[in-house]
Design a protein around this ligand. Structure first.
Ligand SMILES: [Zn+2]
Ligand SMILES: [Zn+2]
Length: 117
């Protein structure tokens, strides 16, 4: 089963985990989630989610993803996507973001982000 990522906030739906808070049991494929379900972080609809390709090309980029550590925000900054809201062009490494850049979801500063292994 494929994971799906919210294109607005970066929250990832993992079928193995489901979304128990919204009554989605672990093991539920994204396709089987009710149409009225919404992203638990930002409220986006199913249509705003896109499939995550598990076999992402390796080694073509050493730019790491960084995750917001605030509460249950969990926004993930993806260098290959940039941050449309913050006018950060795709291909910008987290390290190269301006110091006044904030998490587009909760407004946290760069200091609140942790590199994903
Ligand atoms: Zn979302
Ligand atoms: Zn955040």
């Amino acid at each position: 089963m494929k994971k799906y990522v919210c294109s607005l906030c970066g929250w990832v739906y993992d079928p193995a985990v489901g979304d128990p808070d919204s009554g989605i049991a672990p093991g539920t494929a994204f396709e089987d989630i009710p149409e009225d379900w919404a992203c638990p972080v930002c409220g986006a609809s199913k249509a705003d989610f896109e499939a995550v390709e598990e076999d992402a090309p390796k080694g073509e980029s050493d730019m790491a993803m960084w995750q917001c550590q605030v509460g249950n925000c969990g926004y993930i900054y993806r260098p290959e996507k940039g941050d449309r809201k913050g006018k950060i062009p795709a291909g910008t490494a987290f390290e190269d973001l301006p110091d006044d850049w904030h998490c587009p979801v909760c407004g946290a500063s760069k200091k609140m982000f942790k590199k994903l292994a």
